[in-house]
Design a protein around this ligand. Sequence first.
Ligand SMILES: Nc1nc2c(ncn2[C@@H]2O[C@H](COP(=O)(O)OP(=O)(O)O)[C@@H](O)[C@H]2O)c(=O)[nH]1
Ligand SMILES: [Mg+2]
Length: 321
Amino acid sequence: MGFLENIKNKITGKDKDKYLSGFSNTNKALGQKLKVITTGNIDPNTFIEELMITLLEADLGYKTAQKIVDKVQEEVNKYYVLHQKDVFNILHQCLKEIYGEDKKEIQYAESGPTVIMLVGVNGSGKTSTAAKLAYYFKNMGKKVCLVAGDTFRAGAIDQLDKWAKRLDVDIVKGVENRDPSSVLVDGCRYAKANDIDILICDTAGRLQNKVSLMNELAKMKKVVAREIEGAPHNTWLVIDANTGQNGLSQGLLFDEATDLSGIILTKMDGTSKGGIVIAVKDLIGVPVFFITLGETEEDLKLFDLDLYLYSIIEDLNEDAS
Ligand SMILES: Nc1nc2c(ncn2[C@@H]2O[C@H](COP(=O)(O)OP(=O)(O)O)[C@@H](O)[C@H]2O)c(=O)[nH]1
Ligand SMILES: [Mg+2]
């Protein structure tokens, strides 16, 4: 069984503990409940019913939950007697199939600065994620610059400025109420003039209606594309995992309004709604690149499907660790 071997190799060190502790509430809502309903003799029909309820409680959403249940049902039918370990294997396989390939390729500019634009509603975690990404890329040896493109919320510029000082990375900021697009233009010009490798643009999370959202995103994209060829090379949607199904509808709206290349799910620590990872990928069709599991710069993790699945359903497979 390749998966377990794979996982055993992956789950060493800090990241394992972080993933496991970060997903402990989702694990309680999903893995541990499934463990209870699959202990002893498993009645396949009851199991399928309980599975649906459990998936909904873990916030996978009706459509995705139904898909998973259909797949699991098909597999369960192949068993004469079903054991807990079989449930682990079946569920792991089905969740993996629904998510699809864990493929996330950051697009880098062939030459000159690579531009990353972060979008999402207010409070989703954009500004702090911009800082965490700055730290991530700086650790890769890249020259990073932040752009304080949220000129609407009082304090947003200051918030990013503090991060830039703390992480010792460059920052381009405008003044409050200035057109965010013009700050992005300044950022692009600064990046070109100063050999910046990665330009991370924070933006405002205004979401009055779809048309204004579309217009604002289109304008920001247009201005950066004019300054730097191919920019923005990456447009990542930041979603607060706690918002569950509501976060999903925001995601669909942003996906319609702009060409998203990836999703970052924040505040995965503490949420029991970690099932949203699967639902987001299934419904929006855009891969999850990163998750954040806390408020420090170290708390941004590259999403890993196997580690994630293991973290949420490990209880069904006692001897996996
Ligand atoms: N616990 C926790 N808090 C987070 C995480 N990411 C962001 N936050 C907090 O969520 C709040 C809103 O984040 P912010 O980056 O300002 O959101 P923005 O409005 O989208 O820019 C801040 O207090 C952050 O510290 C996370 O992964 N875990
Ligand atoms: Mg912000």
